[in-house]
Design a protein around this ligand. Structure first.
Ligand code: NOJ
Length: 563
């Protein structure tokens, strides 16, 4: 099967949250034929690859990241024929398909877990099972084996009476972790990747892949409890397992990206250095924690822009020095929308309003830094947070758990709702805003998750082909990524924007004689800019309609100068 061969450094990936992209049959859920029907839109936008979030059979406890069959299509999203048609129709347009591989855990409904529960020792060895602490003997659970906490709140262990054991789940209790020390598990995972590669898939995104290698000894950590992600991240055999997976499944050289939870720079260099034959690039998340008060996702703080600058500098310059490669992004299905998060709540739908400026400023940064940019569906329209007014409107397991946890900590319902409103993953999962009409043109039925009210102004119909729109801005950034060597390949170095510009992030890209200087303001006030050495250079991009003012950046202004 011919594959799509592109240089990932010159490519742009578009993430599709399948459930929310386009519903072809009016059941309120997005589906594969819906994606096929929008390929012309995506080709017009100019993206190179589509990363599809999981559409495999699943009880949907974690919206498909709880997979019960890795090698099939959930009927709610279509059929295998629909999938083949999508791959072929995308290929005709020069677009590759990247699939989401959720190989750190299965669903409790997966055949492997069910067979483990019905007593098959072979499948019991696929999972991480332990006796309870203080158990009086068989049948007595005792207490969870360690004080580890899962990512969605509560213990990372669940008692399973049919096994007479506790199993480890780093996410929801319906997502038991696989035991990658078992060679049969590793081979079975490679089989899954091979299966999809042979069906014409051109790349892969690996879900929480740096959590597959657990510590040699699983034991309590000091304190009342600890988030197990940080204990498990980048474990002892993770690089070896990844290399083996890539080799066995025959995907070396394809575009691949690993989602790396609680990771560090040194490991991400190793994950992505070409000579190590692991992955093309990695997602890290430190830059999206700069508004967590005290590191707590559920405690609100204003984004700390100097901290953001420092994280980005460290990862941009550090990955470059180590020969690694970053995936560049602000949004995905686990994050609130960046245009809301970094400002721009005012003037939604208004050309030149702060929403519009912020969306263009953020995308300028992600497209002009070094790495491969990812567009999350709706970014190119400037979609914002959901703005739901009651907890009943949320769907996400993590958001609901967080709401209860906040009430338990003494927050009022209004306070808890406000925090969830800012932080919920559902902010990124609302239906794609195609039109101003009912259901935002996403569905003719009842959308599975509520459509934000601003779809009347912020939608594809209102933006495609309209000069100055967010969509057209993204289209030109994507084109620039394809045509400019300095953007795709140039070196990166962060610049000092000076003491009067604490909320400005500036950097340069250089390649031979070519130089780009980029300055982006996160400030809602004008600020004075230090000399960035851009005098005499040409303005390549600016998110304001009129010319930049020398030595000043206006609110949320982004300017790129080139030579
Ligand atoms: C990361 C995925 O992006 C997220 O949506 C999911 O809940 C966890 N991994 C667990 O699979």
């Amino acid at each position: 099967m011919p594959t799509i061969e592109k240089d990932f450094r010159r490519s742009v990936v578009y993430q599709i949250y399948v459930k929310s992209f386009c519903d072809s049959n009016g059941d309120g859920l997005g589906d594969l034929p819906g994606i096929t029907s929008k390929l012309d839109y995506l080709a017009h936008l100019g993206v190179d690859y589509l990363w599809l979030t999981p559409f495999y059979p699943s009880p949907q406890k974690d919206n498909g990241y709880d997979v019960s069959d890795y090698c099939a299509v959930d009927p709610r999203y279509g059929t295998m024929d629909d999938f083949d048609e999508l791959v072929a129709a995308a290929r005709e347009r020069g677009i590759g398909i990247m699939l989401d591989m959720v190989l750190c855990h299965t669903s409790t409904e997966h055949e492997w877990f069910r067979r483990a529960c019905s007593g098959e020792k072979r499948y019991q060895a696929y999972y991480i099972l332990r006796d309870g602490r203080g158990s009086a003997g068989p049948g007595d659970p005792g207490e969870p084996p360690t004080n580890w906490e899962c990512a969605f709140g509560g213990s990372a262990w669940e008692w399973e009476p049919r096994l007479g054991k506790w199993y480890l789940h780093m996410h929801d209790a319906s997502q038991p972790d696989l035991d990658w020390t078992n060679p049969e598990v590793r081979e079975a995972c490679a089989d899954v990747v091979r299966f999809w590669r042979e069906r014409g898939v051109t790349g892969f995104r690996f879900d929480v892949i740096n959590l597959i290698s657990k510590p040699e000894v699983i034991e309590d950590v000091p304190g009342p409890g600890a988030a197990c992600r940080s204990l498990v991240a980048d474990g002892p055999h993770v690089h070896e397992y990844l290399r083996e997976l890539v080799e066995r499944s025959g995907i070396d050289g394809m575009i691949t990206v690993g989602e790396m939870a609680s990771t560090d720079l040194a490991n991400c260099i190793r994950y992505t250095r070409p000579d190590d034959h692991e992955l093309s690039m990695s997602f890290s998340f430190h830059h999206l924690k700069v508004d967590y008060a005290g590191g707590d996702k559920w405690a609100l703080a204003e984004p700390d822009i100097p901290a953001l600058r420092e994280v980005l500098r460290e990862w941009q310059e550090g990955m470059q020095a180590g020969g690694g490669w970053n995936a560049l992004f602000w949004d995905n299905h686990d994050q609130p929308r960046a245009v809301t998060r970094f400002g721009g709540r005012e003037g939604v739908g208004e050309r030149g309003g702060s929403w519009d400026l912020v969306g263009k400023m953020l995308s300028t940064m992600s497209f002009l830094m070094k790495g491969t940019p990812y567009v999350f569906e709706g970014d190119e329209l400037g979609m914002t947070n959901a703005g739901y007014d009651s907890i009943e409107k949320y769907d996400d397991v993590e958001s609901k758990n967080a709401y209860s946890m906040l009430l338990g900590r003494g927050a009022t319902q209004d306070e808890a709702l406000r925090v969830v409103g800012e932080r919920s993953r559902d902010n990124g999962r609302t239906p794609m805003q195609w039109t101003a009409g009912p259901g935002a043109g996403f569905t003719t039925g009842k959308p599975w998750l509520g459509v934000p009210a601003n779809h009347e102004q912020v939608n594809a119909e209102a933006e495609v082909g309209v000069e100055g729109s967010m969509f057209e801005w993204y289209r030109s950034l994507i084109a620039l990524r394809h045509t400019s060597d300095v953007v795709a390949l140039g070196d990166v170095r962060f610049l000092d924007a000076g003491p009067a510009a604490p909320r400005v992030i500036a950097f340069e890209r250089t390649l031979g004689e070519k130089r780009l200087v980029v300055a982006c303001s996160f400030d809602d006030e004008p600020c004075e800019l230090a000399d960035l050495g851009a005098d005499g250079m040409t303005v390549l991009l600016s998110n304001y309609d009129d010319d930049p003012i020398a030595g000043v950046l206006r609110p949320y202004e982004a300017v790129a100068w080139s030579r």
